[in-house]
Design a protein around this ligand. Structure first.
Ligand SMILES: Nc1ncnc2c1ncn2[C@@H]1O[C@H](COP(=O)(O)OP(=O)(O)O)[C@@H](O)[C@H]1O
Ligand SMILES: [Mg+2]
Length: 222
C-alpha cells in the first residue's frame, strides 16, 4: 500500500492558527495538483465545522474526517481515511498533553508548529519543542519546523522572530502575515484560493508555504 505523507500542525495553545493553516494549506496543495485529506484530531472539531460550512463539501480537500484514539488507532485511521490521497494534514488539539497530539507526532513525517510572535507563544513553543525533540529521539525520521503566523510589522514581532531563531527546531523560510482573508474564508468554509484579488497576497504566501513543506516532508515530486 502506498504510504501517505502526513504533516501535523501542532501547538500548545489554541489560537496559534493550526486549523486555519491546515485548511488553507489543503487548498494550496490541491492547487499544486496534490490530493489532500484533512484529519481533524481536535475534539473541538473546528476543521470538520469549517468543511461543513462549505455548501457541497470542502472545496479545499478531498476529504475532511475526524480521528480519535491512541497512536495505533490514529495511524490506522489515517491510512484508511487518506487512502486515495498523497498528503494528509493532521489538525491537532490545542494541547501537547492531549494523547491525540502524541498520536499525530508518532505518525507524522513533518510537524509544523505555528507561532504567533508574542512572549506567551514563545513560552508554550518551548514545551512543544521539548516534546518533538523527545519523539525525534525515538523516531529520527520525524522532521519539524516553526512557522511564524499572524506576523505584523512591529518591533516586538521582530524581536520575537529573532528569539525564535535560537530554538533547536528550524524556522521555516516562509512567514504568514496577519490577514483578514484567512479569517474571512473560514466563514464560508473555503480558502483564500476561492476569494478575489484582495486575497492574492495570502494566496502567494500559502503557495510558498506549500512548496517549502513539500520540500521538507520529502513529498516533493521528482
Ligand atoms: N494569519 C492569520 N491572519 C489573520 N487571522 C488569523 C491568522 N491565523 C489565524 N487567524 C485567526 O486566529 C484565530 C485562531 O486560529 P485557529 O486556526 O482557529 O487556531 P488554532 O486551530 O491553533 O486554535 C481564528 O479566528 C483565525 O481566523
Ligand atoms: Mg484548531
Amino acid at each position: 500500500m502506498k504510504t501517505v505523507t502526513a504533516i501535523a500542525l501542532v501547538s500548545q495553545k489554541g489560537g496559534a492558527g493550526k486549523t486555519t493553516i491546515t485548511m488553507q494549506l489543503a487548498a494550496a496543495l490541491a492547487a499544486a495538483g496534490r490530493r489532500v485529506a484533512v484529519a481533524d484530531l481536535d475534539p473541538q472539531e473546528s476543521a470538520l465545522r469549517w468543511a461543513e460550512a462549505a455548501a457541497g463539501g470542502a472545496p479545499c480537500a478531498e476529504t475532511v474526517f475526524g480521528v480519535a484514539g491512541d497512536a495505533r488507532t490514529i495511524a490506522r485511521a489515517l491510512e484508511r481515511g487518506a487512502r486515495d490521497c498523497d498528503i494528509v494534514l493532521l489538525d491537532c488539539p490545542p494541547s501537547i498533553e492531549h494523547p491525540h497530539t502524541l498520536g499525530a507526532l508518532e505518525r507524522a513525517d513533518l510537524a509544523v508548529v505555528p507561532v504567533v510572535p508574542g512572549p506567551t507563544d514563545l513560552w508554550s513553543t518551548r514545551a512543544v519543542e521539548k516534546l518533538i525533540l523527545l519523539v525525534q529521539q525515538r523516531r529520527p525520521a520525524l522532521r519539524a519546523a516553526l512557522l511564524p503566523n499572524r506576523v505584523q510589522r512591529t518591533a516586538l514581532a521582530g524581536d520575537v522572530l529573532e528569539v525564535m531563531r535560537e530554538f533547536s527546531l528550524p524556522v521555516l523560510p516562509v512567514a504568514l502575515a496577519q490577514r483578514n482573508a484567512y479569517a474571512q474564508s473560514a466563514v464560508e468554509g473555503g480558502s483564500v484560493f476561492h476569494l478575489g484579488r484582495a486575497a492574492q497576497a495570502a494566496r502567494d504566501e500559502m503557495t510558498r508555504l506549500a512548496a517549502a513543506l513539500l520540500d521538507l516532508s520529502g513529498a516533493k515530486k521528482t
